[in-house]
Design a protein around this ligand. Structure first.
Ligand SMILES: N[C@@H](CCC(=O)N[C@@H](CS)C(=O)NCC(=O)O)C(=O)O
Length: 245
C-alpha cells in the first residue's frame, strides 16, 4: 500500500508561466501552447499563470517557464523532457526507441527554430495582423502600459526578424516556405498516423502549436493547405480531437 507521504508527492504541482490568451487560444505563444497541449495530453493538473513579463528568476527572459514540484525549468523542450522524466506513467512525448527519439528532437528543433519565424513575421510585421493581435493580446493591459508595450515589443520583434533574414525575402517566398513545410509533413504522414510514429510526440505538439496559431489567429490564408494536403488535414483534426480542443 502507498504511504500517505508518497501519495502526496505523486500529486503534480505544476505552475506554468505563459504569455496570456489571444484569439480564443489559452496563450498567444506557440511555445507556451506546446506545453499546455502536452499537459492536456498527459492529463496532468496544472496552474497557468498569465504574465506580462517573464518572472525575474527566468534568466533567459522568455516564456514559457515552469515551476514543477518546486524545481524551476526554462525552455519549452526542457520542460517537456522534464514532464516525461517526472511523470513516466503518463504518455511519453519522447519515444524510447533512440532512432525515433532523435527524429522527434530534429523535428521539434526545426519547428521551434525555423517554422516559428513565419508566425513571428505574419503576426508582428504585417500591419493588418498586428492591429488585430495588438487588440487581442494587449487590450487588457492597464494604462499606461497598453500605450507603449505593443510598440516596444513590435520593434524588438522586427529587429529579430531582420536578424533571421525572414524580413528580406518576398511575400511569395514566405508563402512558398509555408507550403513546402506542409508538403514535407504530408509526406511523413503517408507512413504514420503522427509525424514520427503512431503516437503523439513532442514533434507533433510543436508543429501543431504553430499551425494552431496560424489558423485560429487567421494570420495567413491557410484553408487551401488543408484542401491540398489530405494527410496533413487528417493529422491536424486528429490532434484537435485527441487533445479535446
Ligand atoms: N527556446 C524557447 C523560446 C521561447 C520564446 O522565444 N518565447 C518567446 C514568446 S513566443 C518570448 O518569450 N519572447 C520574449 C522576448 O524574446 O523578449 C522555448 O522553447 O521555450
Amino acid at each position: 500500500m502507498q504511504k500517505p507521504h508518497s501519495l502526496l508527492q505523486s500529486v503534480p504541482n505544476i505552475n506554468l508561466f505563459i504569455w496570456g490568451p489571444s484569439s480564443g487560444l489559452p496563450s498567444s505563444s506557440p511555445f507556451c501552447l506546446k506545453i499546455i497541449y502536452a499537459l492536456y495530453y498527459k492529463g496532468l493538473d496544472h496552474t497557468l499563470i498569465d504574465s506580462i513579463l517573464p518572472p525575474q528568476w527566468a534568466d533567459r527572459k522568455k516564456l514559457p517557464v515552469a515551476i514543477i514540484n518546486g524545481k524551476k525549468i526554462q525552455d519549452s523542450t526542457t520542460i517537456l523532457k522534464f514532464l516525461d522524466f517526472a511523470y513516466p506513467d503518463t504518455p511519453l512525448l519522447y519515444p524510447v526507441d533512440q532512432v525515433e527519439k532523435s527524429e522527434v528532437f530534429l523535428l521539434e528543433d526545426w519547428s521551434d527554430e525555423s517554422l516559428y519565424w513565419l508566425v513571428v513575421y505574419f503576426r508582428w510585421a504585417m500591419d493588418c495582423n498586428f492591429s488585430k493581435f495588438k487588440k487581442s493580446a494587449f487590450g487588457n493591459l492597464p494604462l499606461p502600459l497598453k500605450l507603449f508595450v505593443p510598440t516596444i515589443a513590435r520593434k524588438r520583434s522586427q529587429k529579430k526578424l531582420s536578424a533571421q533574414g525572414i524580413s528580406y525575402i518576398t511575400d511569395e517566398e514566405r508563402q512558398e516556405k509555408l507550403l513546402e513545410s506542409v508538403y514535407l509533413m504530408e509526406n511523413r504522414l503517408l507512413k504514420n498516423t503522427y509525424l514520427v510514429n503512431n503516437e503523439i510526440t513532442a514533434a507533433d505538439l510543436s508543429v501543431f502549436s504553430i499551425f494552431k496559431v496560424l489558423c485560429d489567429c487567421q494570420l495567413t490564408e491557410i484553408s487551401q493547405l488543408f484542401e491540398k494536403f489530405p494527410q496533413f488535414n487528417r493529422w491536424f483534426s486528429s490532434l484537435e480531437h485527441q487533445l479535446k480542443l
